[in-house]
Design a protein. Structure first.
Lengths: 291, 305
Protein backbone atom coordinates (compact mmCIF):
# COMPACT_ATOMS: atom_id res chain seq x y z
CA UNK A 1 0.00 0.00 0.00
CA UNK A 2 1.28 3.46 -0.92
CA UNK A 3 2.21 5.92 1.84
CA UNK A 4 0.72 9.43 1.85
CA UNK A 5 4.06 10.82 0.59
CA UNK A 6 4.08 8.35 -2.29
CA UNK A 7 0.50 9.22 -3.17
CA UNK A 8 1.26 12.95 -3.14
CA UNK A 9 4.26 12.41 -5.37
CA UNK A 10 2.23 10.29 -7.79
CA UNK A 11 -0.63 12.82 -8.00
CA UNK A 12 1.72 15.78 -8.44
CA UNK A 13 3.81 14.05 -11.09
CA UNK A 14 0.63 13.16 -12.98
CA UNK A 15 -0.79 16.68 -12.98
CA UNK A 16 2.23 19.02 -13.11
CA UNK A 17 4.17 19.99 -16.23
CA UNK A 18 7.32 17.87 -16.44
CA UNK A 19 9.78 20.59 -15.45
CA UNK A 20 7.75 21.56 -12.38
CA UNK A 21 7.53 17.94 -11.25
CA UNK A 22 11.26 17.51 -11.89
CA UNK A 23 12.02 20.59 -9.79
CA UNK A 24 9.82 19.36 -6.96
CA UNK A 25 11.33 15.88 -6.88
CA UNK A 26 14.86 17.27 -7.03
CA UNK A 27 14.02 19.51 -4.04
CA UNK A 28 12.58 16.51 -2.19
CA UNK A 29 15.81 14.59 -2.71
CA UNK A 30 17.94 17.56 -1.67
CA UNK A 31 16.05 18.25 1.56
CA UNK A 32 16.02 14.57 2.53
CA UNK A 33 19.63 14.42 3.65
CA UNK A 34 20.33 18.10 4.23
CA UNK A 35 22.44 19.16 7.21
CA UNK A 36 20.48 22.40 7.67
CA UNK A 37 16.89 23.41 7.02
CA UNK A 38 17.68 26.34 4.74
CA UNK A 39 17.03 24.43 1.53
CA UNK A 40 13.70 23.16 2.83
CA UNK A 41 12.63 26.63 3.97
CA UNK A 42 13.41 28.14 0.59
CA UNK A 43 11.87 25.28 -1.39
CA UNK A 44 8.63 25.47 0.56
CA UNK A 45 8.43 29.23 0.01
CA UNK A 46 9.16 28.81 -3.69
CA UNK A 47 6.31 26.36 -4.20
CA UNK A 48 3.75 29.05 -5.04
CA UNK A 49 5.95 30.29 -7.87
CA UNK A 50 6.96 26.88 -9.23
CA UNK A 51 3.87 24.77 -8.75
CA UNK A 52 0.87 27.11 -8.88
CA UNK A 53 -2.38 26.90 -7.00
CA UNK A 54 -4.72 24.89 -9.22
CA UNK A 55 -6.90 22.29 -7.54
CA UNK A 56 -5.34 18.90 -7.01
CA UNK A 57 -7.32 16.68 -9.38
CA UNK A 58 -8.26 13.44 -7.68
CA UNK A 59 -10.42 10.53 -8.79
CA UNK A 60 -12.59 8.38 -6.55
CA UNK A 61 -9.82 5.79 -6.61
CA UNK A 62 -7.34 8.41 -5.39
CA UNK A 63 -9.47 9.45 -2.45
CA UNK A 64 -9.97 5.79 -1.59
CA UNK A 65 -6.20 5.30 -1.68
CA UNK A 66 -5.83 8.29 0.64
CA UNK A 67 -8.33 6.80 3.07
CA UNK A 68 -6.44 3.49 2.98
CA UNK A 69 -3.07 5.17 3.53
CA UNK A 70 -4.30 7.31 6.39
CA UNK A 71 -7.88 6.82 7.63
CA UNK A 72 -9.74 10.13 7.69
CA UNK A 73 -7.29 11.89 5.35
CA UNK A 74 -9.37 13.83 2.81
CA UNK A 75 -7.12 15.53 0.23
CA UNK A 76 -10.04 16.09 -2.16
CA UNK A 77 -10.12 19.86 -1.53
CA UNK A 78 -6.35 20.36 -1.64
CA UNK A 79 -4.55 22.56 -4.13
CA UNK A 80 -1.31 21.73 -5.92
CA UNK A 81 0.79 24.08 -3.79
CA UNK A 82 -0.58 22.58 -0.60
CA UNK A 83 0.12 19.06 -1.81
CA UNK A 84 3.64 20.04 -2.88
CA UNK A 85 4.43 21.70 0.44
CA UNK A 86 3.31 18.70 2.45
CA UNK A 87 5.19 16.41 0.09
CA UNK A 88 8.39 18.41 0.74
CA UNK A 89 7.81 18.37 4.49
CA UNK A 90 7.37 14.62 4.50
CA UNK A 91 10.40 14.22 2.24
CA UNK A 92 12.56 16.10 4.74
CA UNK A 93 11.67 13.39 7.25
CA UNK A 94 14.02 12.72 10.14
CA UNK A 95 13.24 11.72 13.74
CA UNK A 96 9.81 12.84 14.96
CA UNK A 97 11.22 15.39 17.41
CA UNK A 98 13.33 17.00 14.70
CA UNK A 99 10.38 16.99 12.32
CA UNK A 100 8.20 18.74 14.88
CA UNK A 101 10.83 21.35 15.69
CA UNK A 102 11.37 22.14 12.02
CA UNK A 103 7.65 22.41 11.38
CA UNK A 104 7.28 24.77 14.32
CA UNK A 105 9.90 27.04 12.74
CA UNK A 106 8.04 26.94 9.47
CA UNK A 107 4.83 27.90 11.22
CA UNK A 108 6.59 30.85 12.86
CA UNK A 109 7.37 32.46 9.49
CA UNK A 110 4.48 31.13 7.40
CA UNK A 111 2.34 33.22 5.07
CA UNK A 112 -1.40 32.60 4.83
CA UNK A 113 -1.11 29.96 2.12
CA UNK A 114 1.56 28.09 4.02
CA UNK A 115 -0.43 28.15 7.25
CA UNK A 116 -3.35 26.52 5.48
CA UNK A 117 -1.13 23.86 3.93
CA UNK A 118 0.70 23.00 7.16
CA UNK A 119 -2.54 22.66 9.11
CA UNK A 120 -4.12 20.54 6.42
CA UNK A 121 -1.10 18.25 6.65
CA UNK A 122 -1.63 17.58 10.37
CA UNK A 123 -2.86 13.98 10.00
CA UNK A 124 0.29 13.04 8.09
CA UNK A 125 2.97 14.04 10.60
CA UNK A 126 4.87 11.50 12.72
CA UNK A 127 3.90 11.02 16.39
CA UNK A 128 0.53 12.70 16.16
CA UNK A 129 0.11 13.82 19.79
CA UNK A 130 3.06 16.20 19.34
CA UNK A 131 0.87 18.62 17.39
CA UNK A 132 -2.05 19.15 19.76
CA UNK A 133 -0.85 22.58 20.90
CA UNK A 134 -0.10 23.64 17.36
CA UNK A 135 -3.54 22.53 16.15
CA UNK A 136 -5.12 24.42 19.05
CA UNK A 137 -3.24 27.53 17.92
CA UNK A 138 -4.77 27.04 14.49
CA UNK A 139 -8.23 26.95 16.05
CA UNK A 140 -7.41 30.20 17.84
CA UNK A 141 -6.74 32.08 14.58
CA UNK A 142 -8.83 34.97 13.34
CA UNK A 143 -8.40 33.84 9.74
CA UNK A 144 -11.32 31.70 8.73
CA UNK A 145 -9.49 29.82 6.01
CA UNK A 146 -6.77 28.88 8.50
CA UNK A 147 -9.30 27.79 11.09
CA UNK A 148 -10.99 25.59 8.52
CA UNK A 149 -7.68 23.97 7.58
CA UNK A 150 -7.71 22.46 11.06
CA UNK A 151 -11.43 22.00 11.58
CA UNK A 152 -12.67 20.81 8.20
CA UNK A 153 -11.96 17.54 6.40
CA UNK A 154 -9.26 16.80 8.91
CA UNK A 155 -9.31 13.78 11.25
CA UNK A 156 -6.81 15.34 13.63
CA UNK A 157 -9.11 17.25 16.03
CA UNK A 158 -11.51 14.35 16.58
CA UNK A 159 -8.57 12.03 17.26
CA UNK A 160 -6.42 14.29 19.43
CA UNK A 161 -8.46 17.08 21.03
CA UNK A 162 -9.73 16.91 24.60
CA UNK A 163 -13.45 17.45 24.98
CA UNK A 164 -12.85 21.04 26.04
CA UNK A 165 -10.76 21.86 22.97
CA UNK A 166 -13.14 20.02 20.73
CA UNK A 167 -16.14 21.94 22.01
CA UNK A 168 -14.34 25.27 21.61
CA UNK A 169 -13.62 24.40 18.00
CA UNK A 170 -17.20 23.44 17.16
CA UNK A 171 -18.70 26.52 18.78
CA UNK A 172 -16.13 28.75 17.12
CA UNK A 173 -17.00 27.31 13.72
CA UNK A 174 -20.52 28.67 14.11
CA UNK A 175 -19.32 31.88 15.72
CA UNK A 176 -17.18 32.84 12.74
CA UNK A 177 -19.82 31.86 10.18
CA UNK A 178 -18.18 28.62 9.15
CA UNK A 179 -19.94 25.26 8.75
CA UNK A 180 -20.10 22.11 10.86
CA UNK A 181 -20.78 19.40 8.31
CA UNK A 182 -17.18 19.12 7.05
CA UNK A 183 -15.92 18.49 10.61
CA UNK A 184 -14.76 14.89 10.85
CA UNK A 185 -16.08 12.91 13.83
CA UNK A 186 -18.72 15.56 14.53
CA UNK A 187 -21.41 13.15 15.69
CA UNK A 188 -19.09 10.70 17.39
CA UNK A 189 -17.62 13.43 19.59
CA UNK A 190 -20.81 15.38 20.29
CA UNK A 191 -21.36 15.62 24.04
CA UNK A 192 -23.68 17.01 26.68
CA UNK A 193 -21.51 20.03 27.42
CA UNK A 194 -21.34 20.94 23.74
CA UNK A 195 -25.13 20.83 23.56
CA UNK A 196 -25.34 23.22 26.50
CA UNK A 197 -22.77 25.60 24.97
CA UNK A 198 -24.58 25.65 21.65
CA UNK A 199 -27.99 26.23 23.20
CA UNK A 200 -26.53 29.08 25.29
CA UNK A 201 -25.08 30.51 22.11
CA UNK A 202 -28.46 30.29 20.37
CA UNK A 203 -30.08 32.17 23.27
CA UNK A 204 -27.45 34.88 23.09
CA UNK A 205 -28.08 35.31 19.39
CA UNK A 206 -31.84 35.34 19.78
CA UNK A 207 -31.63 37.91 22.56
CA UNK A 208 -29.70 40.16 20.20
CA UNK A 209 -32.31 39.71 17.47
CA UNK A 210 -30.04 37.51 15.36
CA UNK A 211 -30.44 34.13 13.77
CA UNK A 212 -28.37 30.97 14.22
CA UNK A 213 -27.25 28.41 11.66
CA UNK A 214 -29.53 25.40 11.28
CA UNK A 215 -26.41 23.29 11.79
CA UNK A 216 -26.30 24.21 15.45
CA UNK A 217 -29.02 21.60 16.08
CA UNK A 218 -27.17 18.81 14.39
CA UNK A 219 -26.14 16.81 17.44
CA UNK A 220 -28.47 18.40 19.95
CA UNK A 221 -31.19 15.78 19.65
CA UNK A 222 -29.05 12.89 20.88
CA UNK A 223 -27.94 14.76 23.97
CA UNK A 224 -30.98 16.92 24.68
CA UNK A 225 -32.13 17.60 28.20
CA UNK A 226 -35.39 19.41 28.96
CA UNK A 227 -33.95 22.85 28.20
CA UNK A 228 -32.58 21.73 24.85
CA UNK A 229 -35.88 20.09 23.96
CA UNK A 230 -37.62 23.38 24.68
CA UNK A 231 -35.18 25.13 22.33
CA UNK A 232 -35.81 22.55 19.64
CA UNK A 233 -39.57 23.02 20.11
CA UNK A 234 -39.15 26.77 19.70
CA UNK A 235 -37.21 26.37 16.47
CA UNK A 236 -39.55 23.64 15.23
CA UNK A 237 -42.60 25.82 15.83
CA UNK A 238 -41.36 29.17 14.60
CA UNK A 239 -38.04 28.89 12.74
CA UNK A 240 -37.29 29.49 9.08
CA UNK A 241 -38.02 26.50 6.80
CA UNK A 242 -34.49 25.12 6.96
CA UNK A 243 -34.33 25.56 10.72
CA UNK A 244 -37.62 23.69 11.09
CA UNK A 245 -36.23 20.82 9.02
CA UNK A 246 -33.12 20.75 11.19
CA UNK A 247 -35.17 20.80 14.38
CA UNK A 248 -37.33 18.00 13.00
CA UNK A 249 -34.25 15.89 12.33
CA UNK A 250 -32.89 16.57 15.82
CA UNK A 251 -36.23 15.72 17.42
CA UNK A 252 -36.41 12.53 15.34
CA UNK A 253 -33.01 11.49 16.68
CA UNK A 254 -33.72 12.39 20.29
CA UNK A 255 -34.40 9.73 22.90
CA UNK A 256 -35.99 12.40 25.13
CA UNK A 257 -39.58 11.59 26.19
CA UNK A 258 -41.12 14.75 24.75
CA UNK A 259 -39.38 14.71 21.38
CA UNK A 260 -41.83 12.50 19.53
CA UNK A 261 -44.91 14.44 20.57
CA UNK A 262 -43.37 17.77 19.53
CA UNK A 263 -42.41 16.30 16.18
CA UNK A 264 -45.94 15.04 15.63
CA UNK A 265 -47.24 18.64 15.68
CA UNK A 266 -46.25 18.79 12.02
CA UNK A 267 -47.23 15.48 10.45
CA UNK A 268 -45.70 16.32 7.08
CA UNK A 269 -42.26 17.11 8.51
CA UNK A 270 -42.50 14.15 10.86
CA UNK A 271 -43.20 11.81 7.95
CA UNK A 272 -40.33 13.32 5.95
CA UNK A 273 -37.94 12.66 8.82
CA UNK A 274 -39.14 9.07 9.31
CA UNK A 275 -39.11 8.41 5.58
CA UNK A 276 -35.58 9.71 5.20
CA UNK A 277 -36.52 12.50 2.77
CA UNK A 278 -34.71 14.95 5.05
CA UNK A 279 -31.15 14.28 6.17
CA UNK A 280 -28.30 16.36 7.56
CA UNK A 281 -26.25 15.53 4.47
CA UNK A 282 -29.13 16.64 2.26
CA UNK A 283 -29.49 19.94 4.11
CA UNK A 284 -25.73 20.56 3.90
CA UNK A 285 -25.73 19.89 0.17
CA UNK A 286 -28.62 22.29 -0.38
CA UNK A 287 -27.29 25.02 1.90
CA UNK A 288 -23.58 25.26 1.32
CA UNK A 289 -23.26 28.25 3.59
CA UNK A 290 -25.11 28.72 6.86
CA UNK A 291 -28.15 30.94 7.46
CA UNK B 1 -8.74 52.67 -9.59
CA UNK B 2 -5.76 53.64 -7.50
CA UNK B 3 -2.77 51.85 -6.03
CA UNK B 4 -1.08 53.09 -2.88
CA UNK B 5 2.36 51.52 -3.27
CA UNK B 6 3.67 52.58 0.11
CA UNK B 7 1.52 52.50 3.22
CA UNK B 8 1.93 50.99 6.69
CA UNK B 9 -1.49 49.45 7.18
CA UNK B 10 -0.46 47.68 10.36
CA UNK B 11 -0.76 51.10 12.02
CA UNK B 12 -4.16 51.85 10.47
CA UNK B 13 -7.71 50.85 11.27
CA UNK B 14 -10.37 48.95 9.40
CA UNK B 15 -12.16 52.29 8.92
CA UNK B 16 -9.16 53.35 6.84
CA UNK B 17 -9.47 50.24 4.72
CA UNK B 18 -13.15 50.95 4.19
CA UNK B 19 -12.49 54.56 3.23
CA UNK B 20 -9.68 53.56 0.88
CA UNK B 21 -11.78 50.93 -0.83
CA UNK B 22 -14.64 53.41 -1.16
CA UNK B 23 -12.25 55.96 -2.70
CA UNK B 24 -11.10 53.44 -5.30
CA UNK B 25 -7.85 52.11 -3.84
CA UNK B 26 -7.61 48.52 -5.10
CA UNK B 27 -4.15 47.51 -3.94
CA UNK B 28 -1.57 48.57 -1.38
CA UNK B 29 2.07 47.75 -0.78
CA UNK B 30 3.28 47.73 2.80
CA UNK B 31 7.04 48.04 3.07
CA UNK B 32 8.62 46.61 6.18
CA UNK B 33 9.86 49.46 8.35
CA UNK B 34 10.47 50.18 12.00
CA UNK B 35 7.51 50.44 14.33
CA UNK B 36 8.05 53.85 15.93
CA UNK B 37 10.42 52.53 18.52
CA UNK B 38 13.33 50.15 18.17
CA UNK B 39 12.77 46.41 18.33
CA UNK B 40 15.03 44.69 20.80
CA UNK B 41 15.04 41.14 19.47
CA UNK B 42 14.81 39.20 16.26
CA UNK B 43 11.73 37.48 17.66
CA UNK B 44 9.66 40.63 17.46
CA UNK B 45 11.01 41.22 13.96
CA UNK B 46 9.89 37.73 12.93
CA UNK B 47 6.42 38.35 14.33
CA UNK B 48 6.23 41.67 12.51
CA UNK B 49 7.18 40.19 9.15
CA UNK B 50 4.81 37.26 9.72
CA UNK B 51 2.01 39.74 10.29
CA UNK B 52 2.80 41.44 6.97
CA UNK B 53 2.56 38.21 4.98
CA UNK B 54 -0.29 36.76 7.02
CA UNK B 55 -2.83 38.62 9.05
CA UNK B 56 -2.51 42.04 7.38
CA UNK B 57 -3.01 40.58 3.92
CA UNK B 58 -6.04 38.72 5.14
CA UNK B 59 -7.42 41.79 6.90
CA UNK B 60 -7.09 43.93 3.78
CA UNK B 61 -8.89 41.38 1.65
CA UNK B 62 -11.97 41.72 3.84
CA UNK B 63 -12.38 45.23 2.49
CA UNK B 64 -11.67 44.44 -1.12
CA UNK B 65 -8.14 45.80 -0.97
CA UNK B 66 -5.26 43.62 -2.19
CA UNK B 67 -2.29 43.76 0.16
CA UNK B 68 1.31 43.22 -0.88
CA UNK B 69 4.46 43.93 1.03
CA UNK B 70 8.16 44.41 0.71
CA UNK B 71 10.46 42.80 3.23
CA UNK B 72 13.75 44.09 4.53
CA UNK B 73 15.85 45.42 7.36
CA UNK B 74 15.20 49.16 7.67
CA UNK B 75 18.00 51.67 7.91
CA UNK B 76 17.25 52.80 11.46
CA UNK B 77 17.48 49.30 12.93
CA UNK B 78 20.50 48.46 10.80
CA UNK B 79 22.41 50.45 13.42
CA UNK B 80 21.73 47.78 16.05
CA UNK B 81 24.24 45.30 14.68
CA UNK B 82 23.33 42.44 16.95
CA UNK B 83 19.71 42.71 15.83
CA UNK B 84 20.71 43.41 12.24
CA UNK B 85 22.80 40.24 11.95
CA UNK B 86 19.94 38.14 13.26
CA UNK B 87 17.43 39.78 10.93
CA UNK B 88 19.67 39.17 7.93
CA UNK B 89 19.64 35.48 8.86
CA UNK B 90 15.87 35.24 8.73
CA UNK B 91 15.15 37.56 5.77
CA UNK B 92 15.56 34.84 3.12
CA UNK B 93 12.75 32.93 4.79
CA UNK B 94 10.35 35.81 4.14
CA UNK B 95 11.49 37.28 0.84
CA UNK B 96 10.07 34.48 -1.29
CA UNK B 97 6.65 34.44 0.31
CA UNK B 98 3.59 34.99 -1.81
CA UNK B 99 2.85 38.67 -2.39
CA UNK B 100 6.30 39.93 -1.37
CA UNK B 101 6.99 42.35 -4.21
CA UNK B 102 10.40 43.73 -3.28
CA UNK B 103 13.25 43.99 -0.82
CA UNK B 104 12.33 47.10 1.08
CA UNK B 105 12.16 49.64 2.37
CA UNK B 106 15.91 49.78 2.69
CA UNK B 107 18.53 52.49 2.34
CA UNK B 108 19.94 55.21 4.54
CA UNK B 109 18.75 57.10 7.59
CA UNK B 110 21.83 58.78 9.11
CA UNK B 111 24.13 57.30 6.44
CA UNK B 112 26.27 55.42 8.97
CA UNK B 113 28.74 52.63 8.11
CA UNK B 114 26.35 50.04 9.58
CA UNK B 115 23.50 51.32 7.40
CA UNK B 116 25.76 51.12 4.38
CA UNK B 117 26.82 47.57 5.22
CA UNK B 118 23.30 46.20 5.51
CA UNK B 119 21.96 48.20 2.58
CA UNK B 120 24.60 46.58 0.39
CA UNK B 121 24.03 43.12 1.85
CA UNK B 122 20.34 43.41 1.03
CA UNK B 123 21.02 44.59 -2.50
CA UNK B 124 23.06 41.42 -2.97
CA UNK B 125 20.18 39.39 -1.54
CA UNK B 126 17.80 41.07 -4.01
CA UNK B 127 20.12 40.13 -6.85
CA UNK B 128 20.46 36.53 -5.65
CA UNK B 129 16.69 36.10 -5.42
CA UNK B 130 15.85 38.15 -8.52
CA UNK B 131 13.85 40.71 -6.61
CA UNK B 132 13.00 44.39 -6.97
CA UNK B 133 14.27 46.96 -4.47
CA UNK B 134 12.23 49.69 -2.75
CA UNK B 135 14.47 52.43 -1.38
CA UNK B 136 13.74 54.74 1.52
CA UNK B 137 15.68 57.95 0.99
CA UNK B 138 16.73 59.80 4.15
CA UNK B 139 14.92 62.79 5.64
CA UNK B 140 18.16 64.57 6.51
CA UNK B 141 20.89 65.26 3.98
CA UNK B 142 18.34 64.01 1.50
CA UNK B 143 19.85 65.06 -1.79
CA UNK B 144 23.21 63.50 -1.08
CA UNK B 145 21.61 60.41 0.47
CA UNK B 146 19.46 59.88 -2.61
CA UNK B 147 22.39 60.20 -4.99
CA UNK B 148 24.41 57.84 -2.87
CA UNK B 149 21.59 55.26 -2.72
CA UNK B 150 21.43 55.14 -6.50
CA UNK B 151 25.21 55.05 -6.92
CA UNK B 152 25.42 52.06 -4.59
CA UNK B 153 22.64 50.27 -6.51
CA UNK B 154 24.54 50.79 -9.75
CA UNK B 155 27.77 49.67 -8.11
CA UNK B 156 26.00 46.42 -7.17
CA UNK B 157 24.84 46.03 -10.77
CA UNK B 158 21.13 46.49 -10.13
CA UNK B 159 19.15 47.73 -13.11
CA UNK B 160 17.52 51.13 -12.47
CA UNK B 161 14.16 49.92 -13.74
CA UNK B 162 14.17 47.27 -10.97
CA UNK B 163 14.66 49.88 -8.24
CA UNK B 164 12.01 52.22 -6.79
CA UNK B 165 13.49 55.34 -5.19
CA UNK B 166 10.97 56.66 -2.68
CA UNK B 167 10.25 59.92 -0.84
CA UNK B 168 11.50 62.18 -3.61
CA UNK B 169 11.08 65.96 -3.70
CA UNK B 170 11.81 68.87 -6.01
CA UNK B 171 15.51 68.60 -5.22
CA UNK B 172 16.00 64.92 -5.99
CA UNK B 173 13.61 64.17 -8.83
CA UNK B 174 15.75 65.34 -11.74
CA UNK B 175 18.68 63.05 -11.02
CA UNK B 176 16.47 60.03 -10.28
CA UNK B 177 14.66 60.38 -13.59
CA UNK B 178 17.86 61.07 -15.50
CA UNK B 179 19.37 57.83 -14.21
CA UNK B 180 16.24 55.89 -15.16
CA UNK B 181 15.10 54.81 -11.67
CA UNK B 182 11.43 54.81 -10.69
CA UNK B 183 10.71 58.04 -8.79
CA UNK B 184 8.10 57.70 -6.06
CA UNK B 185 6.70 60.67 -4.14
CA UNK B 186 5.16 60.54 -0.71
CA UNK B 187 2.22 62.82 -0.03
CA UNK B 188 2.58 63.22 3.71
CA UNK B 189 1.54 66.30 5.67
CA UNK B 190 4.32 68.56 6.94
CA UNK B 191 7.37 66.33 6.60
CA UNK B 192 7.36 65.17 2.97
CA UNK B 193 5.38 66.38 -0.06
CA UNK B 194 2.14 68.34 -0.01
CA UNK B 195 -0.14 67.52 -2.90
CA UNK B 196 -0.17 70.99 -4.43
CA UNK B 197 3.58 70.69 -4.87
CA UNK B 198 2.99 67.29 -6.42
CA UNK B 199 0.69 68.75 -9.04
CA UNK B 200 3.45 71.13 -10.07
CA UNK B 201 5.99 68.28 -10.27
CA UNK B 202 3.74 66.39 -12.68
CA UNK B 203 3.17 69.58 -14.65
CA UNK B 204 6.90 70.04 -14.96
CA UNK B 205 8.18 66.47 -15.36
CA UNK B 206 5.19 64.67 -16.86
CA UNK B 207 4.36 61.14 -15.77
CA UNK B 208 7.17 58.92 -17.04
CA UNK B 209 8.60 56.81 -14.15
CA UNK B 210 6.72 58.91 -11.57
CA UNK B 211 4.14 57.67 -9.08
CA UNK B 212 2.81 58.70 -5.69
CA UNK B 213 2.00 57.08 -2.35
CA UNK B 214 0.77 58.07 1.09
CA UNK B 215 3.31 56.32 3.36
CA UNK B 216 0.53 56.63 5.92
CA UNK B 217 1.56 55.11 9.23
CA UNK B 218 1.21 55.85 12.95
CA UNK B 219 2.03 59.51 12.41
CA UNK B 220 -0.20 62.37 11.24
CA UNK B 221 -0.73 61.04 7.75
CA UNK B 222 -3.51 60.40 5.27
CA UNK B 223 -4.42 56.98 3.86
CA UNK B 224 -6.46 58.76 1.18
CA UNK B 225 -3.49 60.80 -0.06
CA UNK B 226 -3.42 59.02 -3.44
CA UNK B 227 -7.10 59.50 -4.41
CA UNK B 228 -7.13 63.03 -2.98
CA UNK B 229 -4.06 64.01 -4.99
CA UNK B 230 -5.56 62.46 -8.11
CA UNK B 231 -8.62 64.64 -7.63
CA UNK B 232 -6.50 67.74 -7.08
CA UNK B 233 -4.51 67.02 -10.24
CA UNK B 234 -7.75 66.79 -12.22
CA UNK B 235 -9.05 70.02 -10.75
CA UNK B 236 -5.80 71.76 -11.61
CA UNK B 237 -5.98 70.67 -15.21
CA UNK B 238 -3.60 67.72 -15.37
CA UNK B 239 -4.67 65.38 -18.19
CA UNK B 240 -6.44 62.20 -17.09
CA UNK B 241 -3.79 60.06 -18.77
CA UNK B 242 -1.09 61.55 -16.54
CA UNK B 243 -3.25 61.25 -13.44
CA UNK B 244 -3.79 57.58 -14.14
CA UNK B 245 -0.13 56.87 -14.74
CA UNK B 246 0.97 58.62 -11.56
CA UNK B 247 -1.67 57.02 -9.33
CA UNK B 248 -2.00 53.54 -10.85
CA UNK B 249 -0.24 52.47 -14.05
CA UNK B 250 3.33 53.26 -13.09
CA UNK B 251 3.17 51.70 -9.64
CA UNK B 252 1.68 48.61 -11.22
CA UNK B 253 4.33 48.47 -13.94
CA UNK B 254 7.15 49.00 -11.45
CA UNK B 255 6.04 46.34 -8.97
CA UNK B 256 4.44 43.81 -11.32
CA UNK B 257 7.93 43.28 -12.77
CA UNK B 258 8.70 41.18 -9.69
CA UNK B 259 6.05 38.64 -10.66
CA UNK B 260 4.10 38.84 -7.40
CA UNK B 261 1.53 41.50 -8.25
CA UNK B 262 -0.90 41.51 -11.16
CA UNK B 263 -3.96 43.51 -12.15
CA UNK B 264 -5.95 40.28 -12.41
CA UNK B 265 -5.67 39.88 -8.63
CA UNK B 266 -8.23 42.63 -8.12
CA UNK B 267 -9.96 42.67 -11.49
CA UNK B 268 -11.06 39.05 -11.62
CA UNK B 269 -12.26 38.31 -8.07
CA UNK B 270 -15.86 39.17 -7.26
CA UNK B 271 -16.86 42.72 -6.27
CA UNK B 272 -16.38 43.80 -2.72
CA UNK B 273 -18.23 41.10 -0.88
CA UNK B 274 -16.74 39.94 2.32
CA UNK B 275 -18.72 36.76 2.20
CA UNK B 276 -16.57 35.48 -0.61
CA UNK B 277 -13.29 37.37 -0.42
CA UNK B 278 -10.60 35.27 1.12
CA UNK B 279 -13.34 32.86 2.15
CA UNK B 280 -14.98 35.31 4.52
CA UNK B 281 -13.54 36.65 7.70
CA UNK B 282 -13.68 37.17 11.38
CA UNK B 283 -12.43 40.74 11.64
CA UNK B 284 -16.10 41.54 11.87
CA UNK B 285 -16.33 39.68 15.17
CA UNK B 286 -18.93 36.96 15.22
CA UNK B 287 -22.18 38.84 15.15
CA UNK B 288 -21.69 41.58 12.59
CA UNK B 289 -23.03 41.06 9.13
CA UNK B 290 -20.55 41.07 6.30
CA UNK B 291 -20.53 44.34 4.39
CA UNK B 292 -22.00 43.88 0.95
CA UNK B 293 -22.00 46.74 -1.50
CA UNK B 294 -25.25 48.51 -0.82
CA UNK B 295 -26.16 52.14 -0.70
CA UNK B 296 -27.02 53.32 2.79
CA UNK B 297 -28.54 56.59 3.80
CA UNK B 298 -26.71 59.03 6.07
CA UNK B 299 -29.09 58.18 8.87
CA UNK B 300 -28.48 54.47 8.53
CA UNK B 301 -24.77 55.11 8.77
CA UNK B 302 -25.29 56.53 12.24
CA UNK B 303 -26.53 53.22 13.55
CA UNK B 304 -24.03 50.83 15.07
CA UNK B 305 -25.56 47.40 15.03
Amino acid sequence: MATPAELLQRWLRRQLPGDAADWLEAQALAVGDAATDRALFLAISLVHRRIGKADLALSAADTAAAEAARPGWRPAGWSLDQAARIFLLLAAGGPAARFAERLEQLFATADVGELIAFYRGLPLYPEQPRYVERAAEGVRTNMKAVFEAVAHDNPYPAEQFSEHRWNQMVVKALFIGSTLHPIEGLERRWNRDLTRMLCDYAHERWAAGRTVSYELWRGVGHHADKAAIDDLARVFDSGAPIERQAAALALGESPHGEAASILSRDPILAAAVRGGQISWEGLAAKHLSPS
Amino acid sequence: MYIDPHIHMLARTTADYEAMAAAGVVAVIEPAFWIGQPRTSVGSYIDYLSTLVGWERFRAAQFGVRHYCSIGLNSKEANNERLAEAVMEILPRFLLKEGVVAVGEIGYDEQTPAEDKYFRAQLELAKELGMLVQIHTPHRDKKRGTSRSMAVCLEHKLKPDRVIVDHNNEETVREVLDLGFWAAFTIYPRTKMGNERMVEIVRQYGSDLIFINSSADWGVSDPLAVPKTAQLMRERGIAEEHVRRVTYDNALAAFAAGGQMAESHWLSPPAIDQRTLFEGNSVLRGGQEPRVETKRSAKERMLIE
